[in-house]
Design a protein around this ligand. Sequence first.
Ligand code: GLC
Length: 655
Amino acid sequence: MASLEAFVQVMSGTSPSIYCFNPCFSNVNRVFSVQSAVNNVRRRSSVAEKVHSNTRTLRKGLRFNAAEGGSDGVFHGKTGVNRLENMTCKCQQAESGRGVTAEDKNRILFGDEPNRPIPVPHNPITSSPDIDEFKVVQQLKNENGGFTLNGKPPTAGTVQEKLENVRANSIEDEAWSLLQDSVVYYCNNPVGTIAANDSSSTSVLNYDQVFIRDFIPSGIAFLLKGEYDIVRNFILHTLQLQSWEKTMDCYSPGQGLMPASFKVRTVPLDGDDSATEDVLDPDFGEAAIGRVAPVDSGLWWIILLRAYGKCSGDLSVQERVDVQTGIKMILKLCLADGFDMFPTLLVTDGSCMIDRRMGIHGHPLEIQALFYSALLSAREMLAPEDASADLIQALNNRLVALSFHIKEYYWIDMRKLNEIYRYKTEEYSYDAVNKFNIYPDQIPSWLVQFMPSKGGYLIGNLQPAHMDFRFFSLGNLWSIVSSLATLDQSHAILDLIEAKWDELVADMPLKICYPALEEQEWRIITGSDPKNTPWSYHNGGSWPTLLWQLTVASIKMNRPEIALKAVETAEKRISRDKWPEYYDTKRARFIGKQSRLFQTWSIAGYLVAKLLLANPSAAKILVNEEDSELANAFSSMISASPRRKRGWKKKSFIV
Ligand code: GLC
């Protein structure tokens, strides 16, 4: 730790880890009860004692406090400092009388000991409107003896096809077993999945942590299987981490930031050799390679929270006061005024799945699509109350502006490309057509070849005098899922994926972006990053996890055959190759140079794709349907756009 940072932490009593206190998740009535300690557990006498004995323990900004709600013990939002004694639970497992700790369990899973499958309890699917439908389709599936696609069994039943089905099922079984092996426990409760379970890897780095973004496909797979506890625990524990004050060289990120990842550590209980407690240790980017803040974490958290409610039918989690506060904190951070002229979120390089320098600083599409989806999802979940009126107003205004900005300025197809090719530049006026002063010479030669006559996509980024024409898969797919792209645009994106299958899918779905940065561009933009060499890792590598987003998008557009083809391609190699994190080369023929094996989100992404193809209607837990008021606002704005009509007057839309 840098000395300045250490000094500030000692002075303020802040530091990077939190001790286990466990809101009673089984109680859905928002009543807080501390899970009592199991064996040999002593209560800490005071917060002060803890601060003196361990300067690495965070004591500030904790969210829950049973006392604050008065005698009813109900949560009433965030609390200040010095209430930890009311919430701390010391965990020691009663397993086999030996006190197996969460870290023991996690160590087994990380490969220090041979892997042992840890059973995850299977909850029967509870009844809710969504789930009843799910049950019916499941039943249909069983009756048909295989998965159904839009109600039809996909195969005619030749021996070859039957063999392939069996093979595919055995891959699925293997994937479930690996996913369950990756589960991480905190105070005996499943709280997430580690990023990779690769015992062959010599350096673990942070792949033994639970990454927020990596857990999303795991969480969705568990939800679709009816295993809700792990998702609920993940949502509530990561929420506790949100309120921490984290600093890097004396500087703290904004309140509301969710960590990129966290680790469960089991540490000895002070003064008692026979007892331990679990500690949640988050990383907000202050330890991450490149020190990048994860802007996508909070957005994914909101999306998962909505999916949890829709799938389980348990709305009590999203209704909790602390969860409502958490949603508002994320929104406030995202909606805060800055210097920007654009409604898109301004972020640094490395703020999302591409978490190192790849020239995506500015307003990258991936973040905008997740932002839009999170805004719509939050609007659905926020309890209407006076205190939120301004926030909801700000959210609605932002939705309109963001929707217009992306649909209009990020969209590119043959027609638009031709328009840019003939742009006039240096237009000083309110009604400029070339608003961002894009010089036509910027059109890269690869794009002239790449752009199909049918199809189009949303570009990667837009800045003054700069369009990043690279195709970024996640941003485009999530724009379809969230309805940030119009219906026509969504179909056109899928048309392009089909037309450019050899470039974007080839031997393993799906390229993270296309094309790769090469030579001088690679040197300047990545800083000569040896991990991001052309057609590897973030620089044009192929990521099997993206299968699940491709599946949701193609199901939403009623074109599941696209996902089906991609899944079949993946099945040819993914299990044999040991579930790599990514593949290298233009056609994805090699397992990535530094790729982890048994990468959890490759496993979970495959499972989600399979589960959704078997039951397409379940995709609605992730989809944001097009909002008619937003669509109308877009139509009015587009008809008033200077591209079509000079003399546009500024209008404001309130939805
Ligand atoms: C890599 C990926 C990032 C992922 C992490 C853990 O850093 O770029 O998106 O979250 O690995 O798997």
